[in-house]
Design a binder for this molecule. Sequence first.
Ligand code: NAD
Length: 440
Amino acid sequence: MAVPEDNSFKLNVHQINNQSRELLMTQEQTALTVALKQLKMTAEKLNLDPGIHAILKQPKRSITVSVTIKMDDCSIGVFKGCRVQHWDVMGPFKGGIRYHPNVTLDDVTALAMWMTWKCAIMGLPYGGAKGGVQCDTKRLSLGETERLTRRYISLIVDYLGPHRDVPAPDVYTNEQTMAWIMDTYSQLKGYSVPESVTGKPIEIGGSEGRFCATSLGLSYCVREAAEKLKLKLKGSTVAVQGFGNVGYNAANILHKLGCNIVAVSDSTGGIRCSEGLKPFNVLVHKNKTGSVRGYKDCNDITNSELIQTKCDILVPAALENQISIENAANVRAKIVAEGANGPTSPDADQVLHEKGVWLIPDILANAGGVTVSYFEWVQNLTREHWTLDEVNTKLEKKIVKAFEDIYKLAKKEESDMRTAALMLGVGRVAHALRTRGLWP
Ligand code: NAD
């Protein structure tokens, strides 16, 4: 696009800097190398047909787009975006949209792949997808974020739809983002299509319970694991990394179940307090100051200290690759419940397993989000609205069943919970692929 010399069209320097991180694979360990290694190990365990393995290694479709918008100062912002659709053999694609300055096509591909396995272990009629836009929402105004969202959706709209691909929130996107997506999709179709996206505000077709669903599902998994370990939840100590939708709500729900929240963190660092924190009061402090740090009567800590905090339950609920071979030996928790997607590398998995740490893998621990997204989609398709009680009861039933299925398989295979979860998820998708066959 030609850029006139007129000030009103000058390129925004901050956006150019962001663009310099290419949406391409790097040589370092990425979320995708982790996801592919997990798939390879699972394929070996399942003795998977090499052809099926080759199919599942690649997403069915990856779309990259350039999202161009007018910034508030009338300069032009150019942002790289993508949507990756892994495999839809079980039903329409489903997966979140992430806004983050460092998000890459690799990350989004890995996240889409994990969504495929997650939907399969939960028995949801979906395939996995994920979307990302390289941007820093902390440096965008609300108007700029809205224009970016609408433009991004308009660029991929031909590949979206209630029976094609249904987006949802992820890191730095929220209910408001989903409302803009629903509106953009509906405007382009010419009629209201609430079932085109989930995680919407309740007043425009969102589900009761969606906001806390990921964390509630995680808490059910923690409760089940604690029961097996004969660990009393009341009085158990908990450290949570990430204080957004998943991290804050997990801290809050576990606190209400009687746990003692001894450390939390966000992108600026963390706080620790052995007497325990009240998550809601920390949230008020974070909303006022922009950080959890500096909260009264607490010690400020780094994110790496948080991972090594002595506690019964550790909840990584921020980004990928937080527990690696470098720090896994220093994890001092009895249970690690992965709120985030991909926070633990495969070699760290092994260290934790050998140390006797019970890891509840991401594709089970954070599956409450997509499960209630599925409930929202069903409610939208049937124009029904379920009560909070109905939603939470159905969620508990589904999560507990998936937990038990995976637990039994782990016992049978003498494996950790991640290996069993992957075997269940990949196995179901592979079976569906074989049954449907290839067209033409
Ligand atoms: P969010 O944007 O609401 O919150 C992210 C939090 O992580 C923020 O508090 C942020 O400050 C913190 N953070 C960012 N970088 C960090 C870093 N380097 N160290 C520590 N903290 C950091 O996002 P969310 O929706 O809570 O998602 C968190 C994780 O949970 C992601 O991995 C996401 O894929 C996963 N997840 C989310 C959902 C959902 O329903 N929102 C569902 C399943 C999985």
